[in-house]
Ligand binder design. Structure first.
Ligand SMILES: NC(=O)c1ccc[n+]([C@@H]2O[C@H](COP(=O)([O-])OP(=O)(O)OC[C@H]3O[C@@H](n4cnc5c(N)ncnc54)[C@H](O)[C@@H]3O)[C@@H](O)[C@H]2O)c1
Length: 716
């Protein structure tokens, strides 16, 4: 044994070849945490000091290679500010450079995921062999960063500027065949042959059949490309990649600029430039928010895992209703391997539900993502039926019938008599209280809400709603099913609108008030889309359905009259009264007209303005964009704070993830709690005070005043 640590061991194999193995003890994956980097330094020194080592294969003892840097350590490192980050990277890169400088051939044997820092370790080697199961890439831009452990320096020198720009600025994960084509790896082999192939490469290098020294030298000097070729590479990357990334995500731009500065330098100088640029990216609010989203996602996953331990196994599920939601739920469950009975009272509905599932699956077969055999297997997991037949075998029933309390109450109490005592009943209601629906049941402890979003196969969030009497086991089993269906479950307590809709309606309320005060709904949409929302509020309500919106607004007004019951007629109501239901009948705030390919395109309709004229009481004018943003965001964020105050949701992390996953809250802003933090709690409270005259929805919740007084924030 040449070196033995907690994360790395180096052991001689034969013929002077040693195995440099990453295997972080006590963890399921390898990551480059502080301790591992320290061991990388020590293990490198041990290899250097041992003259018997002639070559290395670099391997992993896990099913992944190295997943990347330890993101949980970023907070501390980044809190040091730009200079501190540069210093940290300086130390770290001297370790990476030291490894690269080992004067022996090194071959990375990439068995699984090698992302970010993990792939940067591979780039420190002269050669890279990947198993067919591997995935590589430098995905740092997804966290608002770019590679900081020499990746922006080594990759362009290995695969050329064009390819490197695409890899780094898009952060794409690459399959081994693609990485091979781009030159980022040298061979792809079946998993069983990986180490053998890596050893063989070291032997060829040692036998002089491969010029491994030239391979290394390439990484130490400027990129070989003429100034004109460079200019073309960079200008086309800027055009293509930056147009796609948009202005809200600065990391790809910073990455491209960084490469532009470092490609003509020697490695050591280039790495310094990289560190400087990385530090700049690391302190942007976008990086803070995106890293925050990563951590929040971990929190949500951990919570779900905790629940899972309490859950009953689900061998068979059922869904009542084969409509838009029921059909989607059946498709999603079946796709992820859960057999599901789909019951409706109408044959046509069942045919439509099965038709939709078939269409979605056929689409995947067409794209090569699914084999026809697998499609058949998936479809056979959905059993459409008009009667309750074998409901005794069902472990969970998801009710997705029409949104009428009477109908739901009747359907739920009927099905309760047909299932076994432990079967969980879950309602996909959007607006009816879970506690109130439970009143009709004999076993209310087995009943919860399971709120999917439309379209089910696309929207990742599932709110699992705890009614007054729901048992932990019912919650746990529903959480487990949501996870099995590939969704992100967030457990919330019962209240009108649950979490997501409760927050969304004050936002629509703020929209209505802006229109009443004279703002153009198109300007509001444009401003909010530029702010980062996938759709502005007028477009969003068209997509949701104006009738659904009006119904929801009525429920919310009854639940929270102090801040959600307007004393004026709003623009959404006007659309409703004029039978403009949004996309579903091609007319809402906008009109939807089929283009040549039959795809519906959004168009402006002058009639909308005529219809709205009577409810606009303010002077029609162009609003200051910031005023629009502030009024819209304050209404939304305040309600999230009230949900935290009322313990509807347990943590800011879950609240933020729910908004990102459920309604497309801009991820680079990290969610509502993060938005308040980044505005500054005191500054945010001042903003609430500025708009408090508009109504209760804009008044700062007490929790925020207390936080401001104590100089506290949600994420610390
Ligand atoms: N559409 C959305 O965007 C959305 C989003 C989240 C939640 N939801 C909720 O999901 C539920 C279903 O909504 P949808 O949009 O799918 O409605 P839908 O009208 O498309 O489908 C309802 C289906 O239920 C069937 N049905 C009625 N009574 C039944 C019974 N007794 N037994 C079995 N089936 C019966 C109907 O035949 C119909 O096929 C509602 O509670 C709704 O609030 C809808």
């Amino acid at each position: 044994m040449i070196y033995s640590g907690n994360a790395i061991s180096v052991q001689t194999l034969s013929d002077g070849i040693a195995e440099f193995k990453f295997d972080l003890q006590g963890e399921s994956v390898n990551k480059l945490n502080r301790a591992t980097v320290q061991e990388l330094k020590e293990a490198t020194a041990a290899v250097k000091a041992d003259a018997s080592v002639k070559g290395l294969i670099v391997t992993s003892g896990k099913s992944t290679f190295i997943v990347g840097a330890d993101i949980t350590e970023f907070g501390d490192n980044f809190a040091q500010g730009e200079a501190g980050i540069e210093e940290w990277l300086g130390v770290l890169n001297s370790v990476f450079n030291g490894f690269e400088d080992l004067d022996i051939p090194k071959v990375a044997a990439i068995n699984g995921i090698a992302f970010g820092g993990g792939f940067e370790v591979c780039l420190g080697c002269e050669y890279r062999v990947a198993s067919t199961a591997a995935k590589v890439g430098l995905p740092e831009v997804k966290l608002g960063l770019f590679p900081g452990f020499g990746g922006t320096v080594r990759l362009p020198r290995v695969i050329g500027i064009d390819n490197a720009l695409e890899w780094i600025a898009t952060g794409a994960e690459k399959r081994p065949d693609v990485a091979l084509k781009d030159g980022a790896i040298d061979a792809v082999v079946v998993p069983e042959k990986l180490n053998e192939a890596a050893i063989d490469l070291v032997k060829q290098a040692l036998a002089g059949k491969l010029n491994w020294k030239a391979r290394r030298q390439e990484k130490l000097v400027p990129v070989k490309l003429s100034p004109i070729e460079q200019m073309m590479a960079f200008s086309s990357a800027k055009g293509l990649i930056l147009a796609k990334a948009g202005t809200n995500y600065p990391a790809p731009k910073l990455a491209i600029e960084n490469l532009e500065q470092n490609v003509n330098l020697n490695r050591d100088e280039a790495v310094k430039i990289e560190s400087k640029g990385f530090a700049k990216a690391a302190v942007t609010p976008q990086a803070t928010a995106l890293i925050g989203v990563f951590s929040a996602d971990q929190v949500v996953k951990k919570m779900a895992k905790k629940w899972e331990k309490l859950s009953h196994p689900i061998k068979q599920a059922a869904v009542l209703g084969a409509g838009i939601m029921g059909g989607g739920i059946a498709y999603q469950a079946a796709s992820k391997g859960t057999p599901i009975v789909m019951k409706d009272i109408r044959d046509e509905a069942l045919a439509l539900g099965m038709g939709e599932a078939t269409k979605l699956l056929a689409n995947q077969v067409e794209k090569g993502r699914l084999t026809p055999v697998k499609m058949g297997e998936t479809l056979s997991r959905i059993r459409p039926t008009l009667n309750y037949g074998d409901f005794k075998e069902v472990d969970i029933v998801i009710e997705a019938v029409v949104e009428l309390e009477k109908v739901k109450a009747a359907v739920l109490s009927e099905v309760e008599t047909l299932v076994h005592d432990n079967t969980i009943l879950a309602s996909n209601t959007s607006t009816i209280s879970i506690t109130s629906l439970a009143k009709n049941l004999k076993r209310p402890e087995n009943f919860v809400g399971m709120h999917f979003f439309n379209p089910v196969h696309m929207m990742p969030l599932v709110e699992v709603i705890r009614g007054e009497k729901s048992s932990d086991q019912a919650i746990a089993t529903t959480v487990a099913l949501a996870q099995k269906m590939g969704k992100v479950p967030v457990v919330v307590n019962d209240c009108p609108g649950f979490l997501v809709n409760r927050v969304l309606f004050p936002y629509f309320g703020a929209f209505d008030l802006l229109v009443k005060d004279g703002a153009d709904f198109q300007q509001i949409d444009k401003v909010m889309e530029k702010f980062g929302w996938p759709m502005g509020p007028a477009y969003l309500i068209d997509v949701v359905g104006i009738d659904t919106g009006v119904h929801g607004a009525d429920v919310m007004a009854a639940g929270f009259p102090d801040r959600m019951k307007p004393d004026y007629k709003g623009s959404i109501q006007v659309m409703y009264e004029n039978k403009r239901l949004g996309q579903k009948n091609d007319k809402g705030f906008y009109v939807y007209v089929a283009d040549k390919k039959g795809k519906k395109a959004k168009k402006v309709d002058p009639t909308t303005y005529e219809l709205l004229a009577p409810v606009v009481t303010g002077e029609k004018r162009e609003f200051d964009a910031q005023e629009i943003i502030d009024r819209m965001m304050v209404a939304l964020c305040n309600e999230i704070v009230r949900c935290l105050e009322d313990k509807i949701v347990e943590t800011p992390a879950e609240a933020d993830m729910a908004l990102i996953m459920g309604i497309g809250f801009p991820p680079f802003r990290g969610g509502a709690a993060r938005y308040i933090d980044q505005t500054g709690v005191a500054a945010y409270v001042a903003l609430c005070d500025k708009y408090a005259h508009l109504g209760k929805a804009y008044e700062a919740p007490q929790l925020l005043r207390d936080m401001a007084a104590a100089n506290k924030s949600f994420y610390g």
